[in-house]
Design a protein around this ligand. Structure first.
Ligand SMILES: [Zn+2]
Length: 498
């Protein structure tokens, strides 16, 4: 029996209750697996005669009779146990190593965006990092490593995607978190040593600097390795003079020690090949070309095999909106960073807070010749909020008002220049104009950064005020959700060379 026959049969028996995701259908040893939905939920349907069928946990539906054979039909929940069984049968559902291919991360805060993300990647030669969440985001969305990864894999299954994809444990600060993510099967780890990066160097006087410097156990040894070394890159000469080298060592040495410790742990603990990203983007100051050079030379000298490096690039990188700054000036400085990366070799440059920076993607991709990674996350959530504004204006208005109340509190952890007074009064906007709020920077950022409060808030009876309704609307208007979201991510991918 071919796959189409199975879907036909299922439709004949159950078509009045369930709608199948046709592209999800997969078979193995005369067992068939596909996703369906009813008015409320999605389910995995397993049809077969074979033993495999019995392993899945779910309800037995009425058997399907065909040529004197009876096929077991099981309706299963999209839970972790059933997903593990599927991953065992279909290895393409497991995330994998990316290496130096151009790549793009699509964080998904609600856990239902993967099918839309995959639509956007269609025909593009860019490696998708479909599961990507930071420790901070997970606290705000009440999710965990396993849930984030499982949701992305269910999304892959739904679309029938069989290509490779990665899973990025983003902005990890502690070994304990690395271990948890590795246990769940993550294939990429983004180390964030920002707690160990000194930001006060410029404020200290010479005596204080000397004192600190002498406390670093091997500062003299490191100094000896780099002092007066010069590198000719893109016609420019980069030299480690005494003063700047000292400052760089003071700024980064503890952070580098932390990275080495984390890497050593992963190398021993993670059995399969993994992608490692070192992110020094969350610093108050822009990473200088010389600091970039130092960090990479030191990581290589100490044997850290990393694939991505995220720097704090010139300009103002804010959530969910275009690049703020002089694009030409950025281009000039970035081309030097790209040239450093090319001349040393072996790693990609990574752009964080990478969504909606349409004016810089072509530069980023061309200068690095595709040796680049871009991370986006909140922009997918914004598209989802936009669909709510389109489909349930009343709910959107409630969310918007709530976001206004919480903005001051929630903005603390972000670099923003949002001015709430520029946002049009929600009470004077017609329903069909609400969608325009998503073209305006201030209202984009309002919704972008308050996601945690919006998703977590509960009423007196401990019920979520918005969360369940958000999922319900996006489920009901799934086609619109997928279309808007994939179009938006596609706009990003189109500007990257691939
Ligand atoms: Zn970052």
């Amino acid at each position: 029996m071919n796959k189409q026959d199975i879907l036909h049969l299922f439709d004949k028996y159950y078509g009045d209750r369930y709608e199948a995701y046709i592209s999800s259908l997969k078979s193995e040893k005369k067992n068939y697996f596909f996703l369906v939905k009813d008015d409320h939920s999605k389910y995995l349907i397993v049809i077969g005669t074979h033993g495999i069928c019995k392993d899945f946990e779910g309800d037995n539906l009425e058997e399907i009779k065909i040529n004197n054979n009876e096929l077991i039909v099981k309706r299963c929940c999209l839970d972790h146990r059933n997903l593990n069984l599927l991953r065992g049968i279909f290895p393409h559902l497991n995330p994998s190593f990316c290496g130096l291919k151009p790549s793009f991360g699509t964080g998904d805060r609600l856990g239902i965006a993967t099918p839309a993300h995959l639509q956007a990647f269609q025909g593009k030669d860019i490696f998708p990092i479909l599961a990507q969440q930071s420790v901070r985001e997970m606290a705000r969305t009440e999710r965990n490593w396993q849930k984030v990864l499982d949701d992305a894999i269910w999304g892959c299954f739904e679309t029938g995607y069989i290509g490779p994809f990665g899973a990025d444990a983003d902005h990890v600060k502690e070994i304990k978190e690395l271990k948890e993510a590795a246990d769940c099967g993550y294939t990429m780890f983004t180390l964030d040593p920002s707690d160990f990066i000194r930001n006060d160097i410029k404020k200290l006087d010479k005596q204080e600097l000397d004192q600190l410097y002498n406390q670093i156990p091997n500062s003299k040894e490191i100094e000896g390795l780099h002092l007066s070394k010069s590198y000719k890159i893109k016609g420019q000469e980069l030299v480690f003079d005494k003063k700047s080298l000292k400052e760089i060592i003071l700024t980064y040495s503890e952070a580098l020690n932390h990275v080495v410790k984390c890497y050593e742990f992963l190398k021993d603990y993670k059995k399969e090949k993994f992608d490692l990203e070192i992110s020094v983007d969350e610093t108050p100051t822009v990473t200088s070309p010389l600091a970039h050079l130092f960090v990479v030379l030191e990581l290589q000298r100490r044997g850290v095999d990393f694939q991505n490096l995220a720097l704090h690039f010139l300009g103002d990188w804010q959530k969910g909106i275009e690049y703020i700054g002089d694009v030409e000036q950025f281009s000039g400085e970035f081309s030097l960073h790209a040239a450093i990366a090319r001349s040393i070799g072996g790693y990609k440059l990574s752009l964080h807070t990478g969504s909606d920076k349409f004016s810089v993607y072509p530069i980023f991709s061309q200068e690095t010749d595709g040796l680049c990674h871009i991370k986006t996350a909140g922009t997918s959530w914004l598209e989802e909020a936009k669909v709510i504004a389109m489909k349930d204006p009343a709910l959107y208005r409630e969310i918007h008002r709530f976001a206004l109340e919480n903005f001051e509190k929630d903005r603390a952890s972000y670099n923003l220049t949002t001015d709430l007074s520029r946002i049009p009064d929600i009470d004077t906007i017609a329903d069909d104009e609400l969608v325009n709020l998503f073209n305006q920077n201030d209202s984009r950022q309002l919704i972008h950064i308050t996601y945690g409060s919006i998703l977590r808030v509960k009423d007196n009876e401990e019920k979520y005020i918005f969360k369940d309704r958000i999922y319900k609307i996006l489920f009901k208007y799934e086609e619109d959700h997928y279309r808007e979201l994939s179009n938006h991510i596609r706009r990003h991918l189109e500007l990257l060379k691939a």
